[in-house]
Design a protein around this ligand. Structure first.
Ligand SMILES: CSCCC(=O)C(=O)COP(=O)(O)O
Ligand SMILES: [Mg+2]
Length: 241
């Protein structure tokens, strides 16, 4: 069955939706884990690192946490896959440098890139909303196995510039930032709590359920669902075809 939407923009979750959680956890997480120590000790004066470190201390409730304590907290959050904003900021710094130097190439499920190209060609705007930082998202789309996909993307949103993914207010903020009416936006995600929040903000929402992903068994509640992007047809009033 094909799900049909007439909207102006599609907003994409990454992990579990466009891309495999296994790749993020097995490739990206170890890459960042092994580099946190050097980042914290050698670049503590970098404003972005300093800001993230201050946020970690605040989350820990420990204003005096030293570099070892910060690294330990980051490791624990990685273990539990906690999407803490400062963790994502620091990972984003490390990953974007790793992508730029060619150590990393991103992952997209095989149905995703053809669908993104088709929707973009049909005049549908594409935005990303992920817990991964904007810097990480930019590098991820720029360094895909199919080349630079960033030109397909109009906007990048994370927990810093939009807010937590399970809060409707974050989706209202994105609608405002993109200048798009809520009912002209379609959100694709694997997580029911995110889909609930998008729907509460008045968006269309489709749960993506891919075998092997962490939320596959749990399902996406009462949301419309698709196993691949091929099952979703999107047209826009801005369409030229
Ligand atoms: C390029 S983003 C890396 C993935 C990541 O760290 C993450 O937290 C993704 O979470 P999502 O909100 O996309 O499920
Ligand atoms: Mg996800």
């Amino acid at each position: 069955m094909t799900l049909r939407f007439e909207v102006d923009a599609v907003v994409l979750d990454i992990e579990g939706t466009t891309s495999a959680t296994g790749f993020v956890v097995d490739v990206l997480y170890p890459y960042s884990r092994s580099r946190f120590g050097a980042l914290l000790s050698e670049r503590s004066g970098d404003p972005e690192v300093a800001r993230a470190v201050a946020q970690v201390r605040e989350l820990l409730g420990d204003p005096d946490a030293d570099a070892a304590g910060i690294e330990k907290a980051l490791g624990a959050w990685l273990d539990e896959d906690r999407k803490a904003t400062p963790l994502k900021t620091l990972q984003g710094i490390i990953w974007s440098e790793g992508f730029a130097r060619g150590d990393l190439v991103s992952h997209f499920y095989e149905d995703v890139v053809p669908a993104l190209r088709a929707w973009h060609a049909a005049g549908v705007r594409l935005h990303v909303y992920s817990s991964g930082s904007v810097a990480a998202q930019r590098a991820w789309f720029r360094s895909s196995p199919e080349g630079d996909l960033l030109p397909l993307v109009s906007g990048l949103y994370d927990t810093e510039n939009a807010g937590p993914k399970q809060e409707p207010e974050s989706y209202r903020r994105i609608a405002e930032a993109t200048g798009t009416a809520a009912d002209r936006l379609l959100f694709l995600s694997d997580r029911p709590g995110e889909l609930d929040a998008a729907r509460e903000a008045g968006w269309h929402a489709v749960g993506i359920r891919r075998p092997g992903e962490p939320y596959y068994e749990q399902g996406v509640g009462d949301h419309a669902q698709a196993g691949t992007f091929d099952e979703i047809s999107v047209i826009s009033s801005r369409s030229t075809t």
